[in-house]
Ligand binder design. Sequence first.
Ligand code: WT7
Length: 687
Amino acid sequence: MKRLILSLPSVLGRGASKLKLRNNANTTTSLQGGREFSDEAVDHSTTPFPEFDSFKTHDELYQFSLNSPEFFWGTLARSRLKWFRDFGQVKDCDLIRGHIRWFLDGQLNVAVNCVDRHAEKNPDSIALIWEKDEPGTQEYVSYRELLQLVCRMSNVLESHGVKRGDRVAIYLPQSPVAVAAMLACARIGAIHNVVFAGFSAEALAGRIIDAQAETVITADQGVRGGKIIELKHVVDEAVQTCPCVKRVFVYQRTGADVPMGKLDINLDKELASQPDTHTPAVLDSEDYLFMLYTSGSTGKPKGIAHTQAGYLLYAGLTMKHVFDYQDKELFGCVADIGWITGHSYVVYGPLSNGAATLLFESTPVYPNPGRYWETVERLKLNHLYLAPTALRMLLKSGNSWVTRYDRSSLRKLGCVGEPLNREAWEWFYEVIGEKRCDICDTWWQTETGGIAITPRPSAPGAEIRPAMPMRPFFGIEPVLMEPQMGTELKGGNVKGALCIKRPWPGMARTIYGDHQRFIDTYYKTYHGLYFTGDGAYRTQDGYYQITGRMDDVLNVSGHRLGTAEIEDVIDDLEETAESAVVGFPHEIKGWGIYAFVVLKDEVNTPENEMKEQLKAMVKQRISGFAQPDVIMFAPGLPKTRSGKIMRRILRKIAANQPEELGDVSTLFDPGVVDALAEKHNQITKKS
Ligand code: WT7
């Protein structure tokens, strides 16, 4: 077996049965008197909220979390996190200004909270289960090993001059080294900027430049679904346009002979030569922990910035209570660390709880559609958290891929990223979970830091309804707003713009380098409320169902894309005059991408050639998953007299619903609508 970390002794065997797991994951440092702040270690594994045991029901506690946020969050921050210095003030927030600060004057280190305190208590317990691309080649990393690796990585970074506050771009495959890279940044106070290793060189370069990162950490190659991904090659291309980059660390995932240039540093060699101990930096609660780029309704992705204490508390608390995580369980979130789900529920949430967390390197269909369930059986996973798009795809492959594997270890199932339709929900519940496992449809966003609306099965006896995230998490107060009037919609059976009324510790603090854009995007539409960009429906009895994005953002296979980002690429084709991209409902991907492209006059290039060229451009400039499913060379775009494109009309055409077009009389040229509908029929009939 290829050893993961060069010189670290293996302390563990490979079979799940050999795992020696911790008996109590919680380290409590308490700083004040009173029962809630007593010095006894809080045992989170037996009572849901031992800090608040006078509350009889979760509903009571939920109300308390809204009415006494200082006491609620202050108590949990003290009981769940280890502090170097206690905080003075629980919060200082003014949403109108987008001013959000939690646990002021507190000092801590996130890596210590995620690794050191567990390594001290239960060094041999499992921290990471690396489910590599090839089935049956998993590797385990104990908390002791993870600590050593994080310390070595921290020493490597510091010895090359990486300092507190520096941005570090991480472009790595799902691996223990990737987790260690994130945690080493946290340990030394650098800000990580993980870029999903499926983004193109140009997209990577844009994110490196916007963050002004001097350091990049990558690998020779990645392996996914049996295919090699040339990561180093992509980075080489990207850094050519990034004058800010001073060094590129290269980890050997496959050992391929990749060319090393003058910026490149062999990471494996560096790790082996550094000591495995390191003194963690003392960081302030509100120092940045990471930034993560996500798409908005304009072309330029936003660097959503999260800070230390509030984010960690929220990720850890939600992981524990949404999935009812119990001590010794194996937690499996199959998201990539390149997305917020990977940050919060592969890395920070599970590790801050001292849990064993899965790093899934493969795909749901490699080598066949039984991969998830075979993995569950082999590793004996207790929790599985995945994306609806994967479920819908697997559902089509039939039940026999599921039932041939033993899934009895599973206890809770979750999903995130897009609405989980009823059919997929039922399949998840009945076939995958054999009606034994609660399904947590979790709604949240890169900006919320952690799960915000979810059935929350840890509430004893809580009813769970199919296909809706239902209940707000502690401290979250959703409101629905009437989009035209900007007034609050009260009561049940109403639909509106989903906003959140009060601050919570896990929420984003800013858009890196552009606080005004942060305020304009999230806090202006509904004065002083956090606007999510989603629409939602509230049932008669107060439960929430998400109706989808209200802005020009698409969720394609769980990947978030701005339509403007794609339009920017399409408009760069020589022959393009203008374009409009919209989403249309797609059976597997949730949303498909439909591009309406208006050509300049007198273009003679064959349409097929231009289609291929457009797809290649999108792949090169953004990523393969951003390529349009349908490209129509359109006779024109429906515009108002003032020149605004009426996307509503394009969406209806793309969705095959021309009869629902509504009033088109305000259009400058109403005739264009029929022409578009006809062209749409031609294209879709052909395919
Ligand atoms: C957008 C956020 C948070 C991790 C994954 C995506 C959509 C997310 C649900 C759900 C319906 C959902 C929303 C949201 N979304 N979860 N359970 N039901 N829609 O993070 O890339 O920041 O995207 O994903 O539209 O705004 P993201």
